[in-house]
Design a protein around this ligand. Structure first.
Ligand code: C2O
Ligand code: CU
Length: 407
């Protein structure tokens, strides 16, 4: 029987202690960064009563949830919730996966200051690993005095905002403890404004079991995975030996701003061994491809023009049930994480090369000087939708467009 999951979210300005004795004025749901983990089963209704106790207007976007347009939390579908007001979001969650919710008003500041949290939807047949944890990656940019660096400086408009403080679940470089001999499911979310994370777990192999919109059709072995802002990835991690210490790091990556340094996000401390019940990672359901590599695009999106287009661009409507093949052309010198609201897509090819596996995504990195094709099928949820770059400073600058889904 589907349930109603009722949640109260109070957006407040509170001291955020991101490291012992180090506090900044944060924006947080229910006083915590990240906000509470919302958990539901496929088919449940989530009902969130949002109270805005912030000194500024806000809205909440349910990143990755295929909900009705009027619940999407954007300025195109609702009036912002002013200080002191409340608003109730109500929607069914149709898909299993790792999602997240975050402010969709003045995001560069509101998300940087902590206005986000995880949303987990479970299906009937989930892999049974020894333990599950949510790992939200983020960073924080402080000035020389340790205050939140001012927003909107002109360098940030182009380069995005990246900070020196690296956070996991709202804490600076924490220690995570894992039992020796066990295999855990990690639900990873990149909640940073701009920082790309080429994730490594001490160089150890792990299995990628899921992406933005749930499980893959089979696990894929890897030693690193790129997680751009907005993206999620699910990993089977371990087993490790008792007493090991392993660093969770971002490896150097050049998204167009020169190669980044190798950076630590957290340390894993391996505790005493415990029995593992993991035999196989799960049962896997094939993902049918929507279209093949090289399919003629129905629309081309020029990301350079989008970037310089200024505010509130409007793209052509799409019709329910008509296959969309969009070619994303990135002639800029930077990577951009492209996010489509409300629908999942499959990547068909990047510069003509099909990806290694078919997967469902709502956010994809479009590498600099490349063309990437995606396919998606608008199901019957007419209304105003949008796509944008998930580098929040780019989005704020106008690297976005609205479009309508029509019947
Ligand atoms: Cu997670 Cu419009 O974004
Ligand atoms: Cu961008």
């Amino acid at each position: 029987m589907p349930d109603v999951v009722s949640v109260e979210l109070d957006a407040q300005e509170v001291p955020w202690e991101f490291a012992p004795g180090r506090t900044i004025p944060g924006f947080a749901f229910n006083g915590e960064v990240p906000g509470p983990t919302i958990e539901a089963n496929v088919g449940d209704t989530i009902e969130v009563r949002l109270k805005n106790s912030l000194p500024q207007a806000t809205t909440v976007h349910w990143h990755g949830i295929r909900l009705p347009a009027d619940m999407d939390g954007t300025g195109a579908v609702q009036r912002a919730v002013e200080p002191g007001e409340t608003f109730t979001y109500r929607f069914v969650v149709p898909d299993a996966g790792t999602f997240w919710y975050h402010s969709h008003t003045n995001e560069t500041e509101q998300i940087e200051r902590g206005l986000y949290g995880p949303l987990i939807v479970r299906g009937a047949d989930e892999p049974k690993l020894d333990r599950e944890r949510v790992v939200l990656l983020d960073d924080l940019k402080l000035d020389a005095e340790g205050n939140v660096s001012p927003f909107g400086d002109s360098h940030e408009h182009h380069a995005g905002r990246e900070g020196e403080i690296r956070l996991v679940n709202g804490r600076q470089e924490p220690e995570l403890e894992i039992a020796g001999g066990q295999v855990e499911r990690w639900r990873i979310v990149n909640a940073a404004n701009t920082k790309y994370v080429r994730l490594s777990i001490g160089g150890r192999p792990f299995s990628i079991i899921g992406t933005d919109a749930g499980l893959l059709s089979e696990p894929r072995e890897a030693k690193e995975v790129l997680v751009t802002p907005g993206e999620r990835v699910e990993l089977a991690v371990g087993p490790f030996n008792e007493d090991e210490r392993i660093e969770i790091e971002a490896l150097p990556y050049d998204r167009g701003q020169g190669e980044s340094e190798r950076e630590r996000f957290a340390t894993v401390r391996v505790g005493p061994s415990a029995p593992s019940r993991v035999t196989a990672l799960g049962s896997w359901i094939p993902i049918e491809p929507l279209a093949s590599a090289g399919t003629e695009p129905t629309r081309t999106i020029d990301m350079k023009a989008l970037m310089h287009g200024g505010h509130a661009q409007r793209d052509d409507p799409v019709r329910v049930g008509e296959l969309q093949v969009w070619e994303l052309v990135n002639e800029t010198g930077s990577d951009h994480p492209f996010h489509l609201h409300g629908f999942f897509f499959q990547v068909l090819d990047v510069d003509g090369e099909p990806p290694q596996v078919v997967s469902w995504e709502d956010t994809v990195n479009v590498p600099k000087k490349s063309r990437l094709r995606i396919a998606w099928l608008p199901d019957d949820r007419p209304g105003q939708w949008m796509y944008h770059c998930h580098i929040l400073e780019h989005h704020a600058m106008g690297m976005m467009a609205h479009f309508e889904v029509v019947r």
